[in-house]
Design a protein around this ligand. Structure first.
Ligand SMILES: [Zn+2]
Length: 217
């Protein structure tokens, strides 16, 4: 008996399913299983994964968006030294022809001929044209290239710019104050900077340690 009832019930159910295809009204919402509201210890390992997938809350990526900080562009930068501007005639009057050729016409002294190539006394190297201190003796080294070499300049005294003359691209260095040509800078220097300021002796004067710049000439 029981079996018969069961079978009938089943048949009805199946029939219902079949005919209900067109109107799936009652069976529609079936959020039963996933809800598993309070499963005491229901597969704790799978739970998290489920939660991650289901949880509609987006990753807290929005949190990462940092407010745009306006950089303090107006940093207390050092005031650039005023440029020294002279006419070419004035430069010619204060420089020797060789100095003028190098400093004002971007010339280069012959290798191994400059007076500071192998000069290693303590002191400061200043711009021959305007007296601005450019390099300290402790940053000078013997590069063997034939010109005085430094791995560092005194801060804010040397300008660098691209120089594509003579069929090659180099980085020219000039005195920031008078624009006088000093030489070129290369990246084959020693530590700590890895730079080589290759400078014409004729572009510089030397102030021995203990004497103040200005007493140069
Ligand atoms: Zn200068």
């Amino acid at each position: 008996m029981k079996n018969a009832v069961f079978t009938v019930a089943l048949a009805v159910a199946l029939a219902g399913c079949g005919s209900g295809e067109h109107s799936p009204a009652p069976a529609a919402p079936e959020p039963g299983p996933p809800r598993a509201a309070a499963p005491a210890k229901a597969e704790p390992s799978r739970q998290p994964v489920h939660h991650v997938n289901i949880n509609p809350q987006p990753e807290p990526a929005a949190k990462a968006v940092q407010p745009i900080q306006h950089e303090p562009i107006m940093k207390p930068t050092k005031v650039a030294p005023a440029k020294i501007v002279k006419t070419e005639a004035e430069w010619r009057a204060t420089l020797t022809p060789e100095e003028y050729r190098i400093l004002r016409q971007k010339g280069t002294e012959r290798a191994f001929t400059g007076k500071y190539d192998h000069h290693f006394k303590d002191g400061t190297y200043v711009c021959k044209a305007c007296g601005t201190p450019l390099f300290l003796s402790e940053t000078k080294y013997n590069s063997g290239c034939g010109w005085p070499a430094f791995y560092k300049s005194i801060d804010n005294t040397v300008d660098v710019m691209r120089d594509a003359s003579l069929g090659m691209v180099r980085i020219e260095i000039t005195c920031k104050k008078c624009n006088g040509h000093l030489g070129h800078i290369f990246d084959d220097g020693p530590n700590p900077t890895g730079l080589r300021y290759c400078v014409n002796s004729a572009s510089m004067d030397f102030i021995p340690a203990g004497k103040k710049p200005g007493a140069a000439k």
